[in-house]
Design a protein. Structure first.
Length: 200
């Protein structure tokens, strides 16, 4: 599977399919993470910080894939493995539902059918998450390699989510750094900026 928007997390049962509010597809954050990745991977002179420009280049799905693929030799294999793993997980769910004794046969069949209908949707979400987490890992590597001190973005939900994910990645594992994520007012018009600082 290639990158494409799927949608929010589905809640699947014998009664149908509902979508969980607030559990968005990682695809919606991928554009921002790719823009940050492209912007920070450069030769630095002077202050090592990055301020997000809302006029940054927007990439197509194919361009995002090509960018990530150019950094990572394992991307295709990781995506393929995720597809296989998630497909098996869904088959196990179907088997579990089929064996339940507290449901009528018609309820079990309805649930299984709903799982099958949503199979590709759920796999696409899992694949999108792999692409997103690859971009975050690459950003982390560049932050550590270049000793970047600060990343600034507008203070909106999607940007904040990406900064939180970067923060988590930088603070874990070997060579981790302490970080600080904060919101600052930038002018009298109540515009806000999110700032992620990295200790040196």
């Amino acid at each position: 599977m290639r990158i494409q928007y799927a949608g929010p997390r589905p809640m699947i049962s014998e009664h149908g399919v509902e979508f969980k509010e607030g559990k968005e597809d990682k695809y919606v954050y991928l554009m921002i993470s790719i823009q940050i990745l492209q912007a920070i991977d450069k030769d630095y002179e002077g202050h090592k910080s990055y301020s997000y420009d809302t006029k940054s280049t927007r990439f197509t799905n194919d361009e995002i894939h090509a960018i990530l693929d150019s950094y990572s030799t394992t991307l295709e294999k990781d995506v393929e493995n995720e597809e296989i793993f998630y497909s098996q997980k869904i088959e196990e769910e179907i088997e579990h539902i089929s064996e339940r004794t507290n449901l009528k046969e018609s309820e079990k069949q309805a649930w299984v059918n709903n799982l099958k209908i949503m199979k590709n949707y759920r796999i696409q979400r899992a694949v999108n998450k792999i692409y997103y987490m690859h971009s975050i890992a690459l950003i982390r590597d560049i932050i550590l390699r270049e000793n970047i001190k600060e990343i600034d973005t507008p203070f909106y939900e999607k940007y904040w989510h990406v900064l939180q994910t970067i923060q988590g990645a930088v603070e874990e594992g070997r060579n981790s750094k302490h970080t600080k994520l904060e919101i600052q007012k930038i002018d009298d018009s109540h515009n806000m900026v999110a700032k992620l600082f990295f200790d040196q």
